[in-house]
Design a protein around this ligand. Structure first.
Ligand code: BV8
Ligand code: ZN
Length: 257
């Protein structure tokens, strides 16, 4: 067994409480483009330029076209072995899954792993919201919304059933604050964790990228799963330089717990 994997499994075996922080890389093998990878580009637009309130104000049709395209793409993707291994681990152990992703694949993996309802503690903490929700640009209406979006014109964009204002994707854009309750639960879990397993994130977006630091500051360890180095690599006690779908099942399979 690879030395990094052996070390990582040893740290997990000794951990009472575990927190996961995932980013777009965990969904790459499911066919979901990452945020900053070259394949993440869409119509030569940079995601960072479209995922902002300013972009939506300037051109809601273009932004909805991008989100509609992503929603359709993600709806055709499936959880990969990394999602499934983490879902199983969270069902068996005292573990919290925090994700930056808006693709819903962690939740789908969890619901596929349980018959019936998933225990609330195992539901992922989604720091940046979901592609499959909308919220009103004017009133407090928000709802699940998973159909195709007709972004052909301003007139065909989704409207609020209560006040008829434009609906927007139910995600957190750059420059917007995260849900304070979700964020505080994520940092609480990180502070209490013995190990934070960071999977598939470039660790450049804050406050999400600070979650592993809360584990370190409380005396815990960080494990990193990422084919590339990140700003967190220097703080990791073990690093698995491999794709998540290939190595996370080995990391988490029984015998690591
Ligand atoms: C906030 C939802 C308080 C939308 C996203 C100046 C002005 C205003 C704000 C800021 C500023 N400077 C800094 C900030 C804070 C800003 C920030 O951090 N900016 C960064 C870019 C510098 N943060 C915010 O604005 C946050 N809010 O701070 O509020 C505030 C309020 C007002 C003013 C100031 C502060 C809100 C951030 C949330 C933005 N929304 N998503 C949508 O998805 O459409 S973030 C977006 O990036 C995605 O959610 C994504 O998940 C996230 C992080 O990216 P990654 O997941 O890491 O993905 P990435 O492509 O980067 O990397 C993929 C990784 O996977 C790579 O490392 C790759 O090697 C690896 N990989 C590839 N394949 C695999 C793999 N790993 C494993 N296996 C594989 N197979
Ligand atoms: Zn409304």
């Amino acid at each position: 067994m690879d030395a990094g994997l052996a070390r990582a499994r040893e740290l997990l075996a000794g951990a009472d409480r575990v927190v996961f922080l995932t980013g777009a890389g965990v969904s790459a093998e499911s066919g979901v483009p990452t945020f900053r990878g070259h394949q993440g580009l869409w119509k030569s637009c940079r995601p960072q330029d479209l995922a902002t309130p300013e972009a939506f104000r300037a051109d809601p049709r273009l932004v909805w076209e991008w989100y509609g395209w992503r929603r359709t793409l993600v709806a055709a993707c499936a959880p990969n072995p990394a999602h499934r291994a983490m879902a199983g681990f969270c069902l068996d152990r005292d573990a919290t899954l925090v994700t930056q992703n808006v693709d819903g694949l962690h939740t789908r993996a969890l619901l596929e792993a349980v018959e019936g309802d998933a225990p609330p503690r195992t539901l992922p903490l989604t720091l940046h919201g979901s592609l499959f929700t909308v919220k009103c640009t004017s009133c407090d209406h928000h709802a699940h919304h998973d159909g195709p979006v007709d972004a052909a014109s301003l007139e065909t964009l989704p409207r609020c059933p209560s006040c008829a204002a434009l609906l927007r994707p139910g995600v957190v854009w750059f420059g917007e604050s995260l849900d304070p309750q979700v964020l505080s639960r994520a940092f609480q879990a990180a502070q209490e964790a013995d190990v934070c397993v960071v999977v598939g994130t470039s660790a450049v977006v804050h406050p999400a990228a600070s979650v592993p630091l809360a584990t370190l500051e409380a005396g815990g360890r960080v494990l990193e799963v990422n084919p590339e180095p990140t700003p967190l690599s220097g703080m990791a006690s073990a690093i698995l330089r491999a794709p998540a779908g290939r190595v996370v099942p080995d990391l988490l399979e029984d015998g690591a717990g």
